[in-house]
Design a protein around this ligand. Structure first.
Ligand code: ZN
Length: 447
């Protein structure tokens, strides 16, 4: 194990001896600023204790949190986070979208920002790790740099985004802007998003002030729990995220003929429900039969008129397809459509697909960022694998303005959006260490 005295300690000793000027002159100060801080690593107990403290804000009886955005618990959680940011030497501000940002200046003026962070809002009945690990881990990185007097060339910004669980509100406001009508949507708190943004210190009338341009960013990195079970089951320390999958939604309408369920013989029916059942199986079969990690799901179904004694004359069901590759998503859809056509013909029930305006395109992370994250993990002796993220993240929006990367740590049992969500403290610390190494690599020009 290598051990190095913290440079501020050394400086103190040298100052006492009156040597600081000479040492600065011969370049000591520069060495202290840029040396690879191999001895600096995340403090496991501090991370764990902070996660536990944050969990008190909005604690639910099941052991998780219901810290929905804009609630009293969210505001208290934000205050806690701001205090931690200040302890880490960051200058805290809230932008007009309500994002909490802690900034640390760099040593070279005019360089773009390296931003990292996540969110602390939860779903109703959520857990203590989704988002929180990224925010606490990012503050840990800032605090380690602060405590060890490690200066970066680039300015750093630690961010806790607004209302991630309500459709990536904070990161969207920062990047592509909120869509029309978004501010009027009722959030989980019962307030509109506009009211919510105001209550956390933002200004919904001046959202343009929260917009950031690509020139402002050197990179963006999000540390997050996997929310799936791949890493946990394979005992892998770190997931290097290749991107956030795209999502497309359709309403599928199947037209049959409603008729009396007692008097219509079985061979004279045009039962929309039977076609729906066959199509549901086909949706599963198509995604499974192709190579890759694409997923397709029928999650909602409604038979009309919806009575036990009437043959369904119409069925409306949902179709969702997710993948990292837009072409693959289209390929899955095309194959499902071909199956639908043959089902429609065989059962004399026309099937139509209407795509909903809820699509989010795949958001691949920056290839160079993946490499830097993987190398950081490797240097720390941690195992890693490249993987897509099946869940949405603020990092997806950030790909529009910055070379973006994501670091996953294992979720025990793959459970998430539940009070049972759990990530081990050593895994959180591993994530923070990979984040620290990644930030320093980018700072020294790895991109
Ligand atoms: Zn999250």
């Amino acid at each position: 194990m290598s051990y190095k005295l913290p440079s501020h300690f050394l400086r103190q000793v040298l100052k006492t001896l009156g040597l600081i000027t000479i040492c600065s002159w011969i370049g000591f100060a520069t060495v202290a600023q840029t040396a690879e801080p191999s001895s600096v690593s995340a403090k496991i107990e501090r991370i764990e204790q902070r996660i536990q403290t944050l969990s008190k804000y909005g604690a639910n009886p099941e052991g998780g949190v219901s810290r929905v955005a804009f609630s009293k618990a969210d505001i208290e959680g934000r205050d806690y986070i701001k205090g931690l940011m200040r302890q880490a030497g960051l200058t805290v501000r809230v932008d007009s979208a309500g994002n909490v940002i802690g900034r640390r200046e760099g040593s070279e003026s005019g360089l773009p920002v390296i931003m990292f962070g996540s969110h602390i809002d939860s779903v109703p009945g959520g857990g203590n790790y989704d988002g929180d690990v990224g925010v606490i881990g990012s503050i840990e990185v800032a605090q380690l740099l602060h405590e060890n007097d490690i200066k970066t060339r680039h300015p750093l910004e630690v961010i806790s985004f607004t209302y991630e669980e309500g459709g990536l509100i904070g990161s969207r406001a920062m990047t592509t802007g909120l869509g029309p009508g978004t501010l009027d949507i009722i959030s989980h708190s019962g307030m509109t998003i506009a009211e919510g943004i105001r209550i956390v210190g933002g200004n919904p009338n001046r959202l343009e002030l929260a917009r950031r341009s690509p020139e402002e960013f050197a990179a963006f990195i999000e540390l997050h729990i996997e929310q799936g079970a791949f890493l946990y089951e394979e005992s892998i320390d770190i997931g290097v995220v290749e991107g956030i999958v795209g999502i497309r939604w359709w309403d599928v309408v199947i037209e049959g003929v409603a008729n009396h369920a007692g008097t219509t013989p079985m061979n004279k029916r045009r039962d929309a429900m039977l076609s729906a059942a066959e199509l549901t199986l086909a949706v599963n079969r198509v995604a499974t039969s192709l190579e890759g990690r694409q997923v397709s799901t029928v999650g909602r179904i409604r038979a009309e008129p919806g009575a036990p004694n009437v043959i369904p004359g119409r069925v409306v069901m949902s179709l969702e397809i997710r993948d990292l590759d837009a072409n693959k998503m289209q390929q899955v859809f095309n194959a499902i459509k071909i199956e639908a056509e043959s089902i429609a013909e065989a059962r004399q029930t026309p099937i139509s697909f209407e795509e909903l305006d809820a699509a989010s395109p795949p958001a691949p992370t920056d290839v160079r960022m993946r490499k830097i994250i993987a190398e950081s993990a490797e240097k720390l002796g941690l195992s890693f694998k490249f993987m897509p993220s099946g869940a949405g993240h603020d990092a997806a929006d950030m790909t529009y303005v910055a070379p973006a990367g994501m670091i996953f740590v294992p979720s025990v049992g793959g459970i998430s959006h539940s009070p049972k969500e759990y990530t081990r403290s050593e895994d959180m610390a591993n994530g923070a260490n990979v984040l620290l190494k990644t930030v320093l690599a980018i700072d020294s020009g790895a991109l």
